[in-house]
Design a protein around this ligand. Sequence first.
Ligand code: FES
Ligand code: MG
Length: 576
Amino acid sequence: MAERAEQGLKKGLTSYGDTGFSLFLRKAFIKGMGYSDDALDRPIVGIIDTASGFNACHANVPDLVEAVKRGVMLAGALPVPFPTISVHESFSHPTSMFLRNLMAIDTEEMIRAQPMDAVVMIGGCDKTVPAQLMGAISADIPAIQLVTGPMLTGRHRSERVGACTDCRRFWGRHRAGEIDEAEIAEVNDRLVPGAGTCGVMGTASTMALVTEAMGMMAPGGATPPAVSADRRRVAETTGGLAVRLAAEGRKPSEIVTRDSIENALVVLLATGGSTNAIVHLAAIAGRAGLKLDLDAFDAIGRRVPVLVDLKPSGSNYMEDLHAAGGLLTILRELTGHLHLDCMTVTGRTLGQEIEAGPAGWRQEIVAPLAKPIYPEGGIAVVRGNLAPGGAIVKQSAATANLLTHRGRAIVFSSIADMAARVDDPDLDVRAEDILVLQNAGPKGAPGMPEAGYMPIPKKLGAAGVKDMVRISDARMSGTASGTIVLHVTPESADGGPLALVRTGDIIELDVPGRRLHLDVSNEELEERRKSFVAPDHQGSDRGYKKLFLDTVLQADEGCDFSFLLPARTGVVPGSE
Ligand code: FES
Ligand code: MG
């Protein structure tokens, strides 16, 4: 390897006037781990190790670190693993979204602080991949994403199950009295049969696919199951690619561009991907200096249909998509909608990667463009006096006849209020009503929890009601389904019109017309606004929570912190 001035251990030396002594000290310390000069005189590839006893989605990270190291060493460089925080969906109080930006800051600063010529970022669980990409874009050193990969499916009494679309389905049946305590306990043992990320088209799967589409991942890297040999081979390949990225000095800024983010948005729509991904892609775009244009995104959704038959929009699992050829099979259908000249981490363009990949076997997971699973993109953007800054709905996972609906609002002022009252037998609620949740947005909860999937009131569930229109400023798990309007912007805690809705108001949802209207006069809304009081956040006068509340942006800007964004240079998707 040709040595360059600022390569390997010499990178980023703080010399205080004596560079030689600084390098001498650095070498002395790292030699405490047994390295030779031969090892240390090479390019260094950092490997972000996000294994954690609280993160089952990352349980295979130790294996992957070993495989990446092998790839790095085979290519003649030195691999150096290091930790950052790890964020799991179920172990992140108050929410994982609350911690995503903390992980992004950790990632950015640690890859900038430590001497590495390239970095392999091992993420997987929902918030980790966006956090790592956000950090890498801001640090802008050669970087490549590796994901832990999806978990395999389990079996409950010979029925195939997977986290966490089936978690919700079984729990819904339990709430409705169809499944008793003993059986639901049995189901609990089956839903997560091993290491890896949720095996449906949830946020983790969606982010893996859009990251590969964006060119930041080894080709074929999104879908191999966590426990497969394929997954370890992808890790080994990733290590080798990182060494090449270092040698060629190719940075995220050459890969994450307006066009490649647009490719990611197309894939999000075609996969029926998670609604969370739109928030993350807005944040990723923001780090690249671009503002996500929700209406332009929606316009793409009118042209790009859902092709992938995975839960929750369809009926299969990630291991099936892997067997069907993974992302490549999807991209091949979408070539007419993609920017094929985008650069990827391989040094080849997306178009070249599509041509180089295997093709041509029969499969039933990715539909042809001419015969899609759903005629439009998975996510639609609605606007109106209830959501001047936009709101989104996963139309492909909704109930068709509820997409156009007019109904009476049943308002819950907070998650606690909803929890206290939604199952009350005396609650005046009917199937055709619209459930409204306030104060569950970025600042309101805080941390924009996945509370948008409000439970169907127990008495209605028991009467067979499976879906209702539900509206909030919260997020929803990518594994959930229903006619659920999310990310209402501006949020109610910020004084958005959502805060002014009262029980009994009439709301009109018209997804085909992209409209969300509160049927209350402007005068009346202004009157109500006079008594608006922002929620009081106990303990928000210090620490990370204060930083979060003071600086978090709304959903349309990806819920990033305002001070982390560079100057804006354009919008995405751009005009054609
Ligand atoms: Fe980690 Fe679903 S909980 S991917
Ligand atoms: Mg999730």
